[in-house]
Design a protein around this ligand. Sequence first.
Ligand SMILES: Nc1ncnc2c1ncn2[C@@H]1O[C@H](COP(=O)(O)OP(=O)(O)OP(=O)(O)O)[C@@H](O)[C@H]1O
Ligand SMILES: [Mg+2]
Length: 233
Amino acid sequence: MKNIVTCENICKSYSVPQADDLVVLKDINWEMQTGKLVAICGQSGCGKSTFMNILGLLDRQSSGKLIIDGVTFESTRDNKLLATYRAQKIGFIFQQHHLLPELTALQNVMAAQLIRGKNQTDAKRDAEFILEKLFHKEEIASGVYNRHPGKMSGGQCQRVAIARALVGTPPLVLADEPTGNLDENTSKQVFDLFLGLQKELGISVVMVTHNPNQAAQADLSYFICNQTIERYE
Ligand SMILES: Nc1ncnc2c1ncn2[C@@H]1O[C@H](COP(=O)(O)OP(=O)(O)OP(=O)(O)O)[C@@H](O)[C@H]1O
Ligand SMILES: [Mg+2]
């Protein structure tokens, strides 16, 4: 089966003023098959977000090669090229929803497709298609699509954020503690919807989680420790 992500000898260190560089990731050789849900675990500060930021082209590896969906990223610093690729091919879900407060739920999801060059009609159709899978009929009837993030619950905002990441079924979705900000019950409900949709659409997802139940539901789990990434057997 095809790989959606391949890492070859990826290293990442941060320069620290008046001290040695902080090495966070060392010679990471890692690959992930298309269509899988992969969990990344590990203690606070071990480098999970650093790894996700590299996979998402938000930060650059210090050395090594990253291949996403057949495209190789080495040490290119062409930020415009990276931003374009990111907008077209990668969906992000963060612990905080990061929705745009001045846009409604529907507009927030449509925005992802408009950036990709879709017209208003197609972007609206794509956004409604995905939102309908994440919201109950009663919520939709009560006009949730036209509400701004400030007037939605935490779980509703996070579902909109998930819709924004999955709309248009991008080849890769990166989720950094996607339900980390929600209470236990809401977290479970939102995660179950997310998992169902990931399976239905066959999207490749890398997910950081501190939640063992969520990690257990992934196809494969890894942990980062001592600058390397290892498989949980
Ligand atoms: N921009 C930066 N400059 C310098 N050091 C950084 C930077 N970003 C992260 N670090 C350091 O790199 C290490 C890894 O951080 P990272 O955010 O990847 O951890 P994490 O595994 O995501 O932790 P958490 O579970 O708390 O979110 C930490 O020691 C952190 O202080
Ligand atoms: Mg983190």
